[in-house]
Design a protein around this ligand. Structure first.
Ligand code: PGA
Length: 263
């Protein structure tokens, strides 16, 4: 796991966008896994800028979103479908046919989840998966206690997540109790993973998933089992890590790391 500590949210966002842009430049028909929430907003803004000002081409890119509230129609203002179109897709040259987001108003959720997994396989799997992290250590909506082998399915949201996400709704009671989410097992099959986090409210979750044991109580800790994970944090989110000096040394000596490890 490569841990990159940046000064602030802006630097975190630009670094994350650069990693995504490099991936698209290397493989124009990249399959991206995308996330919602406050954390990736700056990353999406920078990707929009790269698309408009520097010609970053999304025309062959395919995307799969991690999750969606169950019970919200795709047009609902708090649906993740609406979020993605407002904050990224409508501003870039992506082909709408290549955009996949779980449907919150689907009739047969179980069948939908099975097809979603199949579709990911059909396009050859996810090349780069972008993740945020919940203050309870979740990735996507894989709440504490989720199986680390789990697949796309319906999940009951944790009380902490409902509290955290209430800020987007007029009252806490309006936050849906269920969601469709990719499983931890689904996420671990992505070829590369990029997790971003900012602010001190994420510091405990980050210390636990990076330096603590692998446990279903902090589902992000399952990323320790993956071979290619990059974590980009701001100083607040990194503030409870014990090995900051080590991570910074690696970042500041990239030329040596490249020379000896070839990456
Ligand atoms: P946030 O959510 O980016 O809004 O903090 C992250 C998450 O819950 O995964």
């Amino acid at each position: 796991m490569e841990v990159i500590i940046t000064k602030n949210y802006d630097e975190m966002s630009k670094k994350a966008a650069q990693i995504i842009a490099n991936q698209i430049q290397k493989k124009p028909d990249t399959v991206l896994g995308l996330a919602t929430g406050s954390t990736p907003l700056g990353t999406y803004q920078e990707l929009i800028r790269l698309n408009r000002e520097e010609g970053l081409d999304f025309s062959k890119v395919t995307t799969f979103n991690l999750d969606e509230y169950l019970g919200l129609s795709p047009l609902h203002k708090e649906s993740y479908n609406y979020f993605m179109w407002e904050n990224l897709f409508k501003h870039i040259n992506i082909n709408p046919e290549n955009v996949y987001i779980p449907k919150g108003d689907v009739q047969d959720a179980e069948e939908f989840c099975r097809c979603y997994e199949e579709k990911i396989k059909e396009v050859g799997g996810i090349d780069l998966q972008l993740l945020g992290i919940g203050s309870d250590g979740h990735i996507a909506f894989n709440e504490p206690g989720s199986s680390l082998m789990s697949r796309t399915r319906v999940k009951t949201l944790d009380e902490q997540t409902i509290k955290d996400n209430a800020r987007f709704f007029t009252k806490e009671e309006e936050v849906p109790r269920f969601a469709i989410t990719m499983g931890v097992g689904t996420i671990l099959e992505a070829k590369k993973i990029l997790l971003i986090a900012n602010g001190e409210k994420k510091a405990d979750a980050c210390a636990q998933f990076i330096e603590g044991p692998v446990t279903s109580q902090i589902t992000a800790s399952a990323l320790q089992l993956h071979q290619h994970v990059t974590v980009v944090l701001d100083e607040g989110a990194a503030s409870k890590l014990k090995r900051i000096k080590y991570y910074n040394w690696i970042r500041n000596n990239k030329h040596l790391v490249q020379k000896y490890l070839g990456r």
